[in-house]
Design a protein around this ligand. Structure first.
Ligand code: GNR
Ligand code: NI
Length: 185
């Protein structure tokens, strides 16, 4: 039996792990995620691991796509104290405001790149939590932006796809060069 006692555990006592994050332009980031069919122990373990990965990476959200799991699972925490995790399983946007605004975005799969993206300022999202309970969440501002950003990941879409071809090409070149240097080092 492997000794997991050095690993942090969530409130259920499940050991967690930091998962590797796919980096753009990895083609696996374009995979469309499938719905979760049962919120069972395997899914709860995935949620715990994604949460630890998000906190470790200092992100405000993480989609399962980014850790190469192609199922509709998202974790988010937009709080200052990083003590308010949200889990969205099989999320569906049931309403999005007509009012849209451009805000600066970044992505753990596009390290070091920040640019403006236009999104709805408010959304309502229906999703299951990690106990399989359905909730409808009303979100605005940063949380609304984050939900839309993560739901794009589940559709195989990364925020740089909203940018011009010129910017996207430059970002691809920069990240591929950085990747080559990491492999050589
Ligand atoms: O950590 C993140 N910050 C962020 C900032 C503005 C808009 C969206 C985000 S999400 C990002 C984490 C991430 O890549 N999630 O997929
Ligand atoms: Ni992202």
């Amino acid at each position: 039996m492997e000794d997991n006692r050095r690993h942090p555990t969530c409130h259920t006592g499940i050991p967690m792990a930091v998962l590797p994050i796919l980096v753009y332009p990895d083609p696996r980031l374009q995979t469309v995620a499938k719905p979760v069919t049962a919120v069972d122990a395997r899914v709860r373990q995935l949620v715990a691991d994604m949460r630890e990965t998000m906190y470790e990476s200092q992100g405000i959200g993480l989609a399962a796509t980014q850790v190469n799991v192609h199922e509709r699972v998202i974790v988010i925490d937009v709080s200052e104290k990083r003590d308010s995790p949200i889990t969205l399983i099989n999320p569906e946007i049931v309403w999005a405001s007509d009012e849209r605004r451009s805000g600066e975005e970044g992505c753990l799969s596009v390290p070091g790149i920040y640019d403006g993206v236009e999104r709805s300022v408010a959304v309502k999202v229906r999703a299951l939590d990690e106990n399989g309970q359905e909730h409808t969440l009303e979100a605005q501002d940063l949380l609304a932006i984050c939900i839309q950003h993560e739901m794009d990941h589940l559709q195989g879409k990364v925020f740089v796809e909203y940018l011009s071809l010129f910017k996207r090409t430059r970002i691809k070149t920069k990240l591929m060069k950085a990747q080559r240097e990491t492999v050589r080092a």
